[in-house]
Each structure stands twice: as structure tokens, then as C-alpha cells.
Design a protein around this ligand. Structure first.
Ligand SMILES: *[C@@H]1O[C@H](CO)[C@@H](O)[C@H](O)[C@H]1NC(C)=O
Ligand SMILES: *[C@@H]1O[C@H](CO)[C@@H](O)[C@H](O)[C@H]1NC(C)=O
Ligand SMILES: *[C@@H]1O[C@H](CO)[C@@H](O)[C@H](O)[C@H]1NC(C)=O
Length: 360
């Protein structure tokens, strides 16, 4: 009997020690400084934004000179596609001039009408996404949408999760519509609006260069539920929309314009899959991270997005329909590896209980 009890005790001690060591090893890995990344490339010789922008309602703060955009987002140029539902270069005809739009790994998709593959990834690490930026942002009418570009030095950085290395935030795109505005859906449910934080792999130096690579882009998608209440964090951005009604126009934004990014619950509950840009040229180079927990947006605020114009008139909606999954796996991360450490106290507590019970 004695032998038996000490056997159980030894086993317990052994299990405990194993867990402590594993947790320590994990912690050490998490704390390790990021491997030396490629140096930030020197600023290319790009022109300053037009200081005489006539459309700006939010005048640039004279105390904050506009930083040279040496981390330029995609150029703001006219596009040859629309989101029209009945012809007119709408989504159903994109493939005629953009063959990749007929590919097998297109976005958006319905996210959970198939068995999901449960996974645990390392925790996502956000760096600078919701900091105030002295360089400000550019709010632009990109002809078939609205974009906020993160110009200037030191773009926000994302790593962890399904991403093998550092990705830098280039810009944020918005998708909206009349009743339903999101383009991804969860269990066939669409949300009021969807925003995409478009990141490029740091190694490729710039967004434009990264779009030429197979693994160049990572998009974090977040949902908004339409609400009677406005999202106060978006007030600065929504006010700026009246300054970019005309296609191709842009204004600078400063200060708290992007603080609303902070409102999402970035707990590690998200979907991940391999897809494409949800607009031409539809390149299939995107790792998606679709956050499960929505924020809110005011219905009035959505109406302000709908007042932004294309050359044909107000852009009521800019939603590509859901695309076939074509056998792609959709990963669902509801558990990040850092959580493992939190099981340790439970094991310790249980071991002590058993110990007391056995030796009482
Ligand atoms: C995580 O998701 C997987 C797959 O949907 C599911 O089987 C598992 O129970 C979930 N775990 C938790 C802790 O929610
Ligand atoms: C959206 O609503 C407007 C105004 O009610 C209507 O004219 C338009 O046809 C609707 N568009 C879509 C795509 O539902
Ligand atoms: C982008 O690619 C071009 C052509 O390969 C190269 O000259 C340029 O330095 C790259 N830009 C950055 C920012 O890495």
C-alpha cells in the first residue's frame, strides 16, 4: 500500500514538474525578442500630397507638417470595375479583364457552414495599430471605396497567430451596403459593415511590392453591427467623409481618427483561411484573420459612407458576393497557446488536494 501511494505521489510530482518546465519554456519563447527583421527601407522619392487640396474639411494642423509618405499605400488611381449588381463592370464580369477573379481561392466566403478545423496559434501581437500617429493618416476616396492609409515612418506591426513573420499595416478598407454591409458571413449572418486592416509582409518592403508575392498580404477583417447609437470613436473619420465625396479626393486626418480600432475584442477568437483581395485584380495572396467579435457602428454613420461618390453617383454598396469555398479549410482559433500557462494553477491545486487526501 505504502509503495502504491508513493508511486502515485512520484507520478504527481513528475507531472507537475513537466508542466512547470513546459510553461517556462513557452514563456521564454514568448519573451524572446523578435528575430532581427529587415531594416526599414529608405524613403523612395515620392511627391508630397497636394497641399492645396480643396476638398479638405479637416484642415491639416499647421503645427504638424505633413510627413513625407515614405510608406505609401496603394496609389489612388481610377479603377475599371464597379460593384454594380446588374452588369456595368460589376462583380459578375470582373473576370473578363481580371482572370484571377475566376480563381479557386477567392474572397469573401461564408465562414462556418462547414466543419471548422480547431487550432491553437501563438497569440496575435499588435504593435501601434491604435496609437496616435504624429504623421497622421490619409483618408481617400479610392473610386469604389474608402481607404485610410497609414503614411509616414514606423507602420503598425502584426505578428503571431497564423502569421509566420512580421506584417506591417498599410491601409484600412471599408465595405458597406443598405441593410447588410459585411462581405464575410458567419453561419449565413451578415453584419452592418466590415473593415479590413491590410498588412504586407515586412520582408517585401512595401504594399505594392508585396502584392507580387504568393504570401505577401495579411488582412485582419473586423465586423460592425449596425446600431441606433453612433460609434463615437469613429466620429473624426466619419466627419472626414464629407471631404472626400468626389472620386480620387483625399484629406489628411490626425489625432484620434483611428482609435476606434481599439474597440474590438481582440481575444484570440477568429477564423483564418487563404483567400484573395475582395476586389480586382483578386490576387490569391491573402492570409485572412477574421475576428469573431463585432464592434458597433451607427446607422447614420453608415449613411455617411453611402454618400461617398463614384463617377456614376453615390456608392450605395461595395460588396462582392460570397465566393465558393472550393474545399478550402477554414481554421477556427479559439484558444491561443499562451492560455496553457493558466491550466498550471488548476494542476497544482488538484495535486495538493490529492496529496492532502492521501497523507491525511
Ligand atoms: C474550439 O473550437 C473547436 C472547433 O470548433 C471546438 O471543437 C472546441 O470545443 C472549441 N474550444 C473551446 C475552448 O471553445
Ligand atoms: C438601397 O437603398 C436605396 C434607397 O432606399 C435604393 O434606392 C437602392 O436601390 C438600394 N440599393 C440596394 C443595392 O439595395
Ligand atoms: C520594390 O521592388 C523594386 C523592384 O524590385 C525595388 O527596386 C524596390 O526597392 C522595392 N521597394 C521596397 C520599398 O522594398
Amino acid at each position: 500500500m505504502k509503495l502504491h501511494i508513493s508511486g502515485v505521489f512520484l507520478l504527481l510530482v513528475f507531472t507537475l514538474a513537466k508542466h512547470i518546465l513546459a510553461a517556462k519554456r513557452q514563456k521564454r519563447q514568448d519573451e524572446q525578442p523578435a528575430p532581427p527583421s529587415d531594416p526599414i527601407p529608405p524613403p523612395p522619392d515620392v511627391p508630397q500630397p497636394d497641399p492645396n487640396n480643396p476638398s479638405g474639411t479637416l484642415a491639416p494642423d499647421p503645427n504638424k507638417p505633413f510627413a513625407p509618405p515614405y510608406n505609401p499605400g496603394p496609389p489612388i488611381t481610377p479603377v475599371d470595375y464597379t460593384y454594380s449588381l446588374n452588369g456595368g463592370n460589376g462583380p459578375s464580369s470582373w473576370q473578363s479583364s481580371n482572370p484571377q477573379c475566376a480563381g479557386k481561392m477567392q474572397s469573401p466566403i461564408e465562414l462556418s457552414d462547414v466543419p471548422l478545423v480547431g487550432v491553437s496559434y501563438p497569440p496575435l501581437r499588435w504593435e501601434g495599430h491604435w496609437d496616435l500617429r504624429d504623421e497622421g493618416f490619409i483618408l481617400a476616396n479610392i473610386y469604389q471605396g474608402v481607404q485610410v492609409q497609414f503614411v509616414g515612418d514606423g507602420p503598425p506591426r502584426l505578428r503571431g497567430g497564423p502569421l509566420p513573420t512580421d506584417f506591417m499595416l498599410s491601409h484600412v478598407n471599408f465595405y458597406w451596403g443598405n441593410e447588410t454591409g459585411s462581405i464575410h458571413s458567419i453561419e449565413k449572418h451578415f453584419f452592418g459593415m466590415e473593415a479590413h486592416m491590410v498588412h504586407y509582409k515586412r520582408r517585401y518592403g512595401s504594399y505594392v511590392n508585396a502584392t507580387k508575392e504568393q504570401d505577401g498580404i495579411a488582412i485582419v477583417a473586423v465586423f460592425f453591427t449596425a446600431s441606433q447609437k453612433n460609434n463615437m470613436g469613429m466620429a473624426t473619420l466619419v466627419a472626414g467623409l464629407s471631404g472626400i465625396r468626389n472620386p480620387g479626393s483625399s484629406i489628411p486626418l490626425y489625432g484620434d481618427a483611428m482609435m476606434w480600432l481599439k474597440n474590438f475584442n481582440y481575444i484570440d477568437h477568429y477564423y483564418s483561411y487563404a483567400g484573395s483581395h475582395p476586389h480586382p485584380p483578386c490576387n490569391e495572396i491573402v492570409t485572412y484573420i477574421v475576428m469573431e467579435n463585432p464592434s458597433i457602428i451607427g446607422i447614420k454613420q453608415i449613411r455617411d459612407f453611402q454618400k461617398v461618390r463614384t463617377s456614376e453617383g453615390p456608392l450605395i454598396q461595395n460588396r462582392r458576393p460570397v465566393q465558393p469555398r472550393n474545399g478550402r479549410q477554414i481554421f477556427y482559433c479559439n484558444y491561443s497557446r499562451a492560455d496553457e500557462i493558466s491550466t498550471l494553477p488548476v494542476i497544482v491545486f488538484t495535486s495538493i488536494q490529492i496529496f492532502i487526501f492521501v497523507f491525511k
